[in-house]
Design a protein around this ligand. Structure first.
Ligand code: GLY
Length: 381
């Protein structure tokens, strides 16, 4: 893709973020926009780390101190959040603390960020279940109706690898590896599509069944779940060099690619195909691009297949730039249009939320994808 196009897209994104700093420094954007504009919220939910993450990316791309200043204000908020244990009784410590605090420590040596991220890693491993060997995603620990892992959690694991690295304590890494093993054994089906969540027997640890929360049906492939699978297996390969992870990366990515419509941006569930009136989920595409670029940069692919997958990722990114990116702050205060947070179906358990809107992780991964193309980027993950 033309470098100028990438630079223009990044400049537009940075300019929208610049205009957001006034509203979103001491407060955060909500998880998804409403009529294309994010409301302001406190530091709650699983998504606020992506706001800080976009500021760090914007800082790396532009060198503007204002982004660093705002990101550092938010790091303090993340420190307070984990100290006070505000809305941290779930597994999404990686989504929250990697793009905010691990990034801060990596880029500036911020000690408060380091402490916050280690506390977040402690919080995450407190959810590890020996019976079944997995990190319980949601709800009361040990409760039968929540005794499950979810595919999204693969993105929470880099926080644990990082925590082992900076503390010298292998316990975080050990849990990440055991959770990965359980995930890949159970979440990927015969046809290489993926379950969103998987239940275990709390008494014996025996795997029970795959169930969706946000996908269309239990046996369909939720597009974002498959994208978390792509990025998750690429990261698992980075940290474990386990051959199974590399093979699975290829398999889940190939399934995803085979189920894309012409413009390379999936409908919110991969069971829908070209011509469907269902909404797209641009955030799944952004995460998939980053996952593929991650695998292309971490030695997981032979030269020829690397060029195949890189080319597919560039086609997806070009489509996002051409048809999905926000082009001015009058249009929206997010970066990527046409995302879906949750869409209800007759078979799933969610209500409509953030349908055909921007969402914070879509914005973040879109900017990460641009950054990966524009500079030698040291990953936050
Ligand atoms: N991790 C939650 C989601 O992807 O909606």
């Amino acid at each position: 893709m033309d470098k100028k196009k990438l630079q223009r897209a990044a400049a537009r994104a940075v300019s929208v973020l610049r205009e957001n700093l006034g509203n979103f420094t001491y407060q955060f954007p909500g998880s998804n926009s409403e009529h294309m504009f994010y409301p302001a919220t406190e530091n709650t939910e699983w998504t606020t780390g992506f706001c800080t993450g976009t500021y760090w990316l914007a800082y790396e791309l532009s060198g503007e101190e204002r982004f660093r200043t705002s990101a550092e204000v938010q790091v303090e908020s993340f420190y307070n959040r984990i100290k006070q244990k505000t809305d941290v009784d779930h597994h999404d410590m990686g989504f929250l603390y990697t793009p905010s605090c691990v990034a801060a420590y990596q880029l500036t040596g911020n000690q408060q960020a380091k402490e916050a991220a280690i506390l977040a890693a402690d919080q995450l491993i407190s959810r590890f279940q020996e019976k079944g060997e997995f990190l319980q995603a949601w709800g009361e620990l040990g409760a039968k109706n929540n005794y499950r892992l979810i595919i999204d959690c693969l993105l929470n694991l880099p926080l644990l690898y990082w925590a082992s690295l900076v503390t010298g304590d292998e316990k975080y890494r050990d849990i990440a590896i055991r959770h990965t093993r359980t995930s890949i054994r159970n979440l990927v089906r015969e046809d290489n599509s993926t379950y969103h969540t998987y239940f275990f027997n709390p008494r014996t640890g025996e795997p029970l069944r795959g169930v969706t929360a946000q996908g269309y049906r239990d046996d369909s492939a939720w597009a974002r779940g498959q994208a978390w699978g792509i990025y998750g297996t690429a990261l698992a390969w980075r940290y474990t060099k386990n051959e199974v992870c590399r093979k699975l990366f290829r398999k889940v990515t190939d399934f995803y690619l085979r189920h894309l419509p012409e413009d390379m941006v999936p409908y919110w569930d991969l069971q829908f195909s070209e011509g469907s009136s269902e909404p797209r989920d641009s955030s799944a595409a952004a995460a998939a691009v980053c996952g593929i670029l991650e695998m292309c940069s971490n030695g997981g692919l032979e030269k020829e297949e690397q060029s195949f997958y890189r080319n597919e990722a560039q086609r997806m990114l070009e489509s996002l730039i051409d048809k999905y990116a926000v082009t001015s702050s009058q249009e929206a205060n997010g970066l990527l249009r046409h995302g879906v947070y949750a869409k209800s179906s007759p078979y799933n358990s969610v209500s409509d939320r953030g349908v055909d809107e921007c969402n914070l992780w879509g914005d973040y991964f879109f900017l990460e994808a641009l950054t990966r193309n524009l500079k030698e980027w040291k990953t936050y993950w």
